[in-house]
Ligand binder design. Structure first.
Ligand SMILES: [Fe+2]
Length: 286
């Protein structure tokens, strides 16, 4: 059994749907796939993709990303209502959105795969945000589709990131007697935004959109606290469409995104370690 990871499939693009379809029917039948969010906001695309991947892999794990919670298409009470419907869909399809122990055989102790729900903390919501000041004209949220395509119920005093992180509470209470691989859609650490240490030292964001500061919506520090509490050996995430494979203080952070066809054409998305098939082996379990 091997563990693979991918995120940001964005199958609204035909080339990405074809990528999903061309994956081997036979190569991964003993393997696990972690999908770290952003398949599509379209229900039919989401369901169809989950079903295809479920047929190709032995076990599939998924957390919704921000795109899944857009409600511009379909009839949903609000984005959390859609989130709950997606969890139900996953349950019906046999896709895991909760912790599972896998690969426990005679000669190994297995490992835990733990999905962590999350959202980003906006800079105006306090120090939990991954926000970095960016020189120039940052036009705030109006440029970001989430602002227009999501709707939220009254969460009282809680921010969205607090609400979603709160859903992970029961996972955090357990003791895990085998190695833990956790995953989220959003980024847990500010330093992961940067592709190099030099870039980070200068703290200059190289966003493709000069008027948009990605760090505003990148993730939240609370995720990192949960990862450390779990004692994860590997954490998989997505969202930024930048591939990473980096050790930080004993945790290996991996992002392996399919991304948009135009990003692949520009080679801004180089898939590390997996050649033609943009997926990554996380580990091998005997
Ligand atoms: Fe995303």
């Amino acid at each position: 059994m091997r563990v693979f990871a991918i995120s940001d499939l964005h199958v609204d693009h035909q080339a990405n749907r074809e990528w999903v379809q061309q994956l081997s029917e036979s190569e991964y039948t003993n393997d696990v796939l972690i999908i770290a969010g952003d398949i599509s906001d379209d229900w039919a695309h989401l369901e169809n993709t989950l079903q295809i991947l479920q047929n190709k892999f032995s076990k599939v794990f998924f957390v919704p990303g921000n795109h899944e919670l857009w409600i511009r298409r379909g009839n949903y009470p609000h984005s959390i209502g859609k989130f709950e419907q997606i969890l139900l869909l996953c349950q019906q399809l046999g896709i895991f959105t909760n912790p599972q122990k896998i690969g426990q055989g005679e000669n190994d102790s297995g490992l835990w795969i733990i999905p962590l729900f999350s959202w980003y903390t906006l800079p105006e919501e306090g120090g939990n945000s991954l926000f970095i000041t960016k020189p120039g004209n940052d036009r705030t949220m109006e440029i970001w589709n989430d602002f227009h395509c999501t709707q939220w119920p009254d969460l009282g005093q809680a921010t969205l990131s607090e609400y979603f992180l709160g859903l992970n509470a029961s996972c955090l209470e357990k003791k895990y007697e085998a190695p833990v691989i956790s995953f989220s859609h959003f980024l847990p650490r500010q330093d992961l935004i940067f592709s190099t240490e030099k870039e980070r030292e200068g703290a200059v964001l190289k966003d493709p959109h000069p008027y948009f500061n990605f760090s505003r919506v990148a993730g939240c520090r609370g995720l990192e606290q949960q990862i450390r509490k779990l004692g994860s050996t590997i954490h998989v995430y997505g969202h930024q469409h930048r591939n990473r494979d980096r050790m930080v203080d004993g945790v290996r952070y991996i992002s392996c995104c399919l991304g948009y066809p135009r990003e692949r054409a520009r080679s801004t998305l180089k898939m590390p370690g997996f050649g033609e098939q943009p997926m990554m082996i996380l580990s091998t379990i005997k």
